[in-house]
Design a protein. Structure first.
Length: 708
């Protein structure tokens, strides 16, 4: 952390007098800023509680970014004009003292809430995110998760909203340094005033960041959403406005033009909140609508006509704007933790209760924490050095609370001593003497199944689509048995261990070609139910074609097994380029023409995903369910038009269906034969996959003989 040993950054007084004009009026309460804060936080809050009602409420974060850029730049310019210097230690200390006490309090409460209400299978993930939030790097932690396909099944943590606070804190660290650099440059170059130099800096950052945002959102939207660099142009837009308003404080006047501009700006933000959805590229160019709207509202100030002044000054609006920081901090932990505490997803009464509680806690946060810290000249906060030391100790104390969560290790279940008892796992589905497969006692705790994944040597064989490449892994030796090649995504990875044991038992060899997040079934461009990203789709298509070519070129491969998370790659949205029967049939024909036998293992059903806030696991659901039926999927919902099965039938290839090992006549289960079926909401646990060995051997028998 910086200390007051860092000297103030002096700027030549002549340059300041010439180029950074003193404010034409003293600082005033900006009612339009408070109104924007109220609109932004309510948009985010309503979006998180009722996303279908306000699908674009997430743009409230972008409003906050523009407001921050404006206020911080204006503050720095005022300090320069008044003192002819900028004290970095003082600036950073004020930001830390203003923001961190409340945020650290929320992190402590969130940590306690996780300990109290969240199953221990989630502790490591949530604890890690709490640590990232303590040090304001949650945005980069989430960006890293977004490119990890297996992390896509992570549950939303109670501190996920700290990603935007991380972006802001990073901005607070860098922004004054950039402005000081621009002022120093202006002081050396008499031709250009400081205002001109700072404006050029803002415009340069705006253009560079916006272009980067558009390009990177197109190439990697998940990471782009959390990146500080794709959001920098929004701060710069606010900063540029601060520079402009120092030259022209009232560009629209205070009458009709200002009122018109203000209402147009509010309408632009409102339209974005109502119309935008997660399907739009964002932040990208689409963020220009709420950003421009925010700029108009700030530039218009508080007009005097058309009820503008009364609307912006309306006491409830100002109240919400005044407590917006606290409301933002508290609302999301409530949204996430309350369902864990009550054991069911949020209903309308609970959502309304969270709305009210968020406002109440936001107010308490302001009057109990924020205002006292800001107003009282406590000895421990009297100097920047003291402030930094106090805050650093507080941050480390909060981090120490989260460390045990982050380091908590859940032990995966072990196979019972009897390698395959009659009613163990999938075998209980085909042995009537076992009774109800979902009532067989669990062999281990529920949370243990969240880490019941394949061993590291198998996991290492899988690469993400974004890698643009594949890694071939070989198991077994050529000892007279068949040589099988397994092609698929992360669902195929979960079958590697049983297939390996089946093939090597007969003296054969298994070669794997595993790429997560890619159907691996077509050399045409394909998307998924999540959408279509051209760059990502081309990476998937390219690696699929190269894998097929490599398998065809290997004369030792007898049979190719194809399997994937088929449900993910089909959708009614034609523009998403869904996987089709024809695409799969073309790949099967291509492999068959290359002399390979092909067998399709139809992807088994997934669970009925009803965990709190989505993205949960079977264990999460079963932990809170009154009966295992609540987490089961009705059999009628498990069926779908499977292009993989249809293509296998149409081409006369082999087809293995495992549904009867997952489903009764009425429902598909998440707990079978003492095992939890899924480690998340769709990937098989290692234990259950291994319980498939015996029935899978019987169904693959025709292809376990070497090709003639």
């Amino acid at each position: 952390m910086p200390t007051d040993a860092i000297r103030d950054a002096p700027i030549a007084e002549s340059a300041i007098a010439r180029a950074v004009p003193a404010a034409t009026q003293p600082p005033r309460i900006r009612f339009e800023i408070q109104a924007l804060r109220a609109l932004a936080v309510l948009g985010v809050l309503l979006f998180h509680l009722w996303p279908q009602r306000l699908p674009g409420g997430f743009v409230g974060v972008d409003v906050f970014f523009v407001v921050s850029g404006f206020l911080i730049t204006d503050h720095i310019l005022r300090e320069v004009a008044r003192r002819h210097t900028v004290s970095l230690p003082r600036f950073w200390a004020r930001r830390a003292v203003r923001l961190l006490p409340a945020s650290l309090t929320v992190l402590v409460a969130s940590t306690v809430g996780v300990w109290a209400f969240v199953p221990d299978g989630r502790w490591a993930q949530f604890g890690g995110e709490i640590l990232a939030s303590v040090f304001y790097v949650e945005n980069w932690a989430l960006a890293a998760q977004s490119v990890d396909y297996m992390a896509l099944s992570n549950a939303k943590s109670p501190v996920q909203h700290f990603w935007s606070l991380g972006v802001e804190e990073q901005f607070y660290l860098l922004w004054p340094v950039l402005i000081i650099g621009a002022l120093a440059l202006a002081a050396r170059r008499a031709r250009h005033g400081a205002t001109h130099t700072i404006a050029v800096l803002m415009i340069t950052i705006m253009v560079a960041s916006l272009v980067y945002s558009i390009v990177f959102t197109y190439a990697n939207p998940s990471v782009a959403y959390f990146s500080t660099f794709t959001r920098a142009w929004e701060f710069a837009a606010g900063g540029l406005l601060a520079v402009v308003l120092r030259r022209a404080p009232s560009p629209f006047g205070a009458g009709g033009a200002a009122s018109c501009a203000s209402w147009i700006g509010i309408a632009m933000i409102g339209i974005a909140m109502v119309v935008f959805t997660g399907a739009l590229p964002f932040p990208s160019y689409t963020a220009a609508l709420p950003v421009a709207g925010t700029i108009l509202v700030i530039a218009a100030g508080t007009p005097r006509l058309w009820f503008s002044a009364n609307a912006l000054r309306w006491r409830p609006v100002q109240f919400i704007g005044d407590i917006s920081y606290g409301v933002y901090l508290w609302h999301w932990p409530l949204v996430v933790l309350v369902p864990y505490a009550i054991g069911v997803p949020l209903t309308l009464p609970w959502a309304i209760g969270i709305l009210g509680a968020s406002i109440m806690l936001g107010w308490l946060s302001k009057v109990v924490i924020e205002d006292p810290v800001r107003r009282h000249n406590w000895g421990i906060l009297r100097t920047p050095r003291a402030s930094f030391l106090t805050i650093a100790v507080a941050m480390l104390a909060v981090a120490s609370l989260a460390v045990p969560l982050a380091r908590y290790v859940v032990t995966a279940p072990e196979t019972p001593a009897d390698a395959a008892p009659a009613c163990y796992g999938a075998l209980s589905m085909i042995d009537e003497s076992c009774g109800d497969p979902s009532e067989v006692p669990l062999v281990a705790s529920l949370s243990s199944f969240t880490v019941d994944v394949p061993p590291p040597d198998i996991v290492a064989c899988e690469l993400p689509t974004s890698a643009g490449d594949y890694r071939r892994c070989d198991f077994g030796t050529d000892s007279g048995g068949p040589h099988l090649a397994l092609i698929g995504d992360s669902h195929a990875t979960r079958l590697v261990e049983p297939l390996r044991d089946i093939v090597t038992e007969g003296g054969g060899k298994l070669s794997t070609y595993l790429v997560s997040g890619c159907s691996m079934m077509s050399i045409q461009l394909t998307g998924s139910a999540w959408g279509f990203e051209p760059v990502y789709a081309e990476q998937c298509r390219s690696v699929t074609e190269r894998i097929q070519d490599a398998v065809i070129a290997d004369p030792t491969v007898d049979t190719v097994i194809l399997t994937d998370r088929t449900r993910l790659y089909i959708t009614d949205a034609v523009e998403y380029h869904p996987l089709t029967e024809e695409m799969v049939a073309d790949s099967i024909d291509r492999l068959a023409t290359g002399g390979k036998r092909v067998v399709v293992i139809a992807d088994p059903p997934e669970m009925n995903a009803v965990p709190p806030q989505g993205g949960g696991s079977a264990a999460d659901c079963l932990e809170k369910a009154r009966s295992s039926d609540e987490c089961a999927l009705p059999r009628s919902e498990a069926s779908f038009a499977d292009p993989m099965a249809a293509a296998a039938t149409a081409t006369g290839s082999g087809l293995v269906n495992l549904d009867d090992l997952f489903c009764t006549e009425d429902q598909c289960l998440t707990r079978i034969g003492g095992l939890v079926v899924y480690s998340d909401d769709n990937h098989l646990t290692r234990s259950f996959a291994r319980s498939l060995i015996e029935p899978l051997t019987d169904r693959l028998r025709p292809w376990l003989q070497p090709a003639e």
